[in-house]
Design a protein around this ligand. Sequence first.
Ligand code: IPM
Ligand code: MG
Length: 372
Amino acid sequence: MAKYKIAWLPGDGVGIEVLEAARIVLDKLNFDAEYIHGDIGWEFWKKEGDALPQRTLELLKSVNAAMFGAITSKPVKAAAAELVPELQNKGLTYRSPIVRMRQLFDLYICLRPCKAYKGNPLNYKENIDLVVFRENTEGMYSGVEFHPVPDELADLLAKLSKPFAPFKDVPLDKYAISCKINTYKGSERIIRAAFEFAKKFKRKKVTVVHKSNVVRATDGLFLETAKEVAKDFPEIQMDDANIDAMTMWLLKNPYNYDVIVAPNLFGDIISDLCAQMVGGLGFGCSGNIGKQLAVFEPTHGSAPKYFGLYKVNPIATILSAKMMLDWLGETEKAGVLENAVATVIKDGITKTYDMGGNATTIDMAKAVAGKI
Ligand code: IPM
Ligand code: MG
């Protein structure tokens, strides 16, 4: 019997291609795993009205970790129009499967290391080595949303938000509400995870991102919680910044930052910015990590226009596989894999289109496997 059970969720579009690439390197590493395919993606939304079917949830309950490719998402109305006729008008609503996975399995850490590997022509500057901790289950992604707004909620808000209620006389279908819900528990555990990481890997500083000067309740709670948690880590410096200023400072001086922790949506934004500084989405790896399960995925989407071309850079997915090895405690294999990636980038012989070359997804995977 294999040592690990890994759910293998290619999803849609180039998700299928980059996962194929990741398998080439994992096999070369002799990673002792049984890979179990899971249905997920647009095809299942159209046919079954569920892009993340129950059988896949069951699979996820039975594995050590999962690798996920990408999924096509469309706006609610466009998604509903693509359902098979039997499922039309049943009131089914499309929700992003990855967001659902994060919530259903309480994968509260979204870990996104952004490291400039030497020789990458796409690096913004050399030696950037940032790690983003994004809260992954609540905040703007809580999924508590209303459009149109129900009467009782409109009444309650008008009552509670007196005297400031700009929406008071607006027809209920002419405004929408998305609730940003932050809890102490949700904030505390992601902030603590960032500090613990900083301590373990001898990082100097944790920067807390928020917008507490305006979004005072939720972001205020996040910042206050960070100040409290920081007391348990006197050896780590803590600072904080508003999200808007943070994007500017990050570009201006990325070397001022080290570990960054942010609520869900700000973490989403910051992690794309940081990924771009180290080569763009072709290098953006990530882990959705909970206590029992972790799901690793490239930050990029399904890129339908590239599907079938085997063109996209698989390094984001290969580095996500490296993160999975680390999480499983296979740190030696993880190290070997990261060195192989670093060597291929430094050699500059194999380059995918984003790097200015014409290597295919599979060429790149084979080049990395060749250094293992
Ligand atoms: C990400 C993506 C997802 C998100 C989308 C695909 C739902 O942008 O993982 O950063 O917003 O979290
Ligand atoms: Mg994103």
